[in-house]
Design a protein around this ligand. Structure first.
Ligand code: UD1
Ligand code: MG
Length: 466
């Protein structure tokens, strides 16, 4: 952490190769916008709020970033050099002379803190005017090529579009991450021109200018080229997301979580999971989901913004959203917890049960084939198979209350609003339209009738005449 390091993040470009109505830095990877990872990095290496250069969709970008940065506006996107010029005013007015400036790209989210720290350290150790991050690629594609002279000194960067065939063959490329001495940056920025194939102000032209002024330019080669990978297309977004996923799962494993097949799960970087929990293959865990210790999350579970206590078992195919599940509960297989579901401790919500805005007291059970919506379920209530809360009259939603210890027989309809008193029983197959007092039995079925010998007589009647 460095109090005197200014960080500039370039984020004004739309990212046309994404083919999207949304600016690329607001595309999500592992549950967060790309720019968030860059802001995290900035906060890890500098004590100062970074300057973000915004342009395209700047209201949306500023809103997403909030007070985590100061903003410089680039009305027209005339190149990376032009973008930094817009930040220069903030640097000149606020920055102490003789400082250091780190420039990051808003679309390069995988750089590690250690790499940036060594870039800054090397910059200071070698007393460079500029130190940049490079990487070696087998296929250097559209990246700017690093041109070094015979003794290895960095001479200039040539953009792929401006490069000769010989230069295109260079495999060391520019990662777009730079540490500048702020005086050298500010002095040379003013001299940039648009004399190149793209007619843009290239930030990379500063290298040649600084060299010509007799100052030192250094480069650190990133050990892992993934650290410099930019998001310019959906393909690159997928690669970046896969890398973030890998890091998220690795971190959770170091914290004591078992993944039976880590490459098949999708876990947002915002998720937490406690020690000794086990996550099976093909599980998706998103948003603010928090899972406690010793939980089991079986295949195909999809959890979105769910809070789960300890020792909870989420079985195969369960979908849960905006819900809470307290300690030692069992959910699924194939349960659907919709928003507003709150399960107390030792609750069981089983096969093909759907819940919505339903609060279950400790020990309550709905084990099979039910819909429980807009309901308050007391402790130790047992809801039989096929029970339905009829909560909707076509216009309004109504509430069902089952007090503690209630027993609901199978295939019951509870027509809300309705309240079943403490300890009462409802017989199987009932349609309950009125409140039931505590400890009573409610039944609404048609009494059973027996007609002796009926089946024999019918078979006789149906026999074909000979
Ligand atoms: C740039 C570098 C290239 C390097 C590559 C690494 C230049 C001239 N080229 O190319 O050497 O290999 O990054 O990823 O710098 N931006 C603005 N305003 C602008 C233009 C760009 O804010 O007017 C922002 C973009 O939003 C993006 C970043 O700067 O976050 C990089 O711009 P991009 O267009 O992606 O540059 P590259 O062509 O990738
Ligand atoms: Mg780019």
């Amino acid at each position: 952490m460095n109090e005197n390091l200014e960080v500039i993040i370039l984020a004004a470009g739309l990212g046309t190769r994404m083919k999207s109505a949304t600016i690329k830095i607001l595309h999500h990877a592992a549950g967060r916008p790309i720019i968030d990872y860059v802001l995290d990095l900035a906060a890890e290496v500098s004590g100062r709020n970074p300057i973000v250069v915004v342009g395209h969709q700047r209201e949306a970008v500023q809103q997403a970033i909030g007070d985590r940065a100061r903003f410089a506006v680039q009305e027209q996107q005339l190149g990376t050099g032009h973008a930094v010029m817009q930040a220069a005013q903030l640097l000149e007015s606020e920055h102490t002379p003789g400082g250091t400036v780190l420039i990051l790209s808003g679309d390069v989210p995988l750089t590690r803190r250690e790499t940036l720290q060594s870039l800054v350290e090397q910059h200071r150790r070698e007393a460079n005017a500029l130190t940049l991050l490079s990487m070696k690629l087998d296929q250097p594609a559209m990246y700017g090529r690093i041109v070094r002279d015979a003794d290895g000194t960095v001479m200039r960067i040539v953009e792929a579009k401006d490069a000769s065939d010989a230069e295109k063959a260079i495999q060391e490329v520019n990662a777009g991450i730079y540490v500048f001495d702020s005086a050298d940056l500010l002095a040379n920025l003013r001299q940039l021109s648009t004399d190149n194939t793209q007619g843009e102000y290239y930030l990379t032209d500063l290298i040649g200018m600084i060299r010509n002024a007799g100052k030192r330019v250094g480069a650190v080669v990133a050990a892992d080229p993934v650290e410099a990978l930019g998001v310019n297309s959906r393909g690159e977004l997928a690669i970046v997301e896969a890398e973030i996923q890998k890091r998220v799962v690795q971190k959770l494993m170091t914290e004591g979580v078992t993944f039976r097949n880590p490459t098949t799960v999708v876990v947002d970087s915002t998720v937490s999971i406690g020690a000794d929990s086990v996550v099976y293959p093909f599980v998706t865990i998103e948003g603010t989901t928090r899972i406690g210790e010793r939980c089991v999350i079986e295949p195909g579970a999809h959890l979105i913004n769910v809070t789960i206590g300890n020792d909870v078992h989420v079985k195969t195919g369960t979908v849960a959203e905006e819900s809470t599940i307290a300690d030692s509960s069992v959910v699924g297989p194939y349960a659907h917890l919709r928003p507003g579901t709150k399960l107390g401790e030792h609750v069981k919500v089983g096969n093909f049960v759907e819940t919505k805005k339903a609060v279950f007291g400790a020990g309550a059970k709905a084990s099979h084939l039910s819909y429980i919506g807009d309901a308050e379920i007391g402790a130790d209530v047992n809801i039989g198979a096929g029970t339905i809360t009829c909560n909707y009259d076509g216009v309004n939603k109504h509430k069902t209350v089952l007090e503690d210890g209630v027993f609901i027989g199978s295939d019951t309809q509870l027509v809300a609003p309705v309240r079943i008193g403490r300890g009462a029983y409802v017989g199987a197959g009932s349609t309950i339209t009125m409140d039931v007092p505590a400890d009573a039995l409610a039944l609404s079925r048609v009494p059973q009738k027996i007609v002796e010998g009926w089946a024999t007589r019918r078979r006789e009647k149906l026999k074909k005449p000979k």
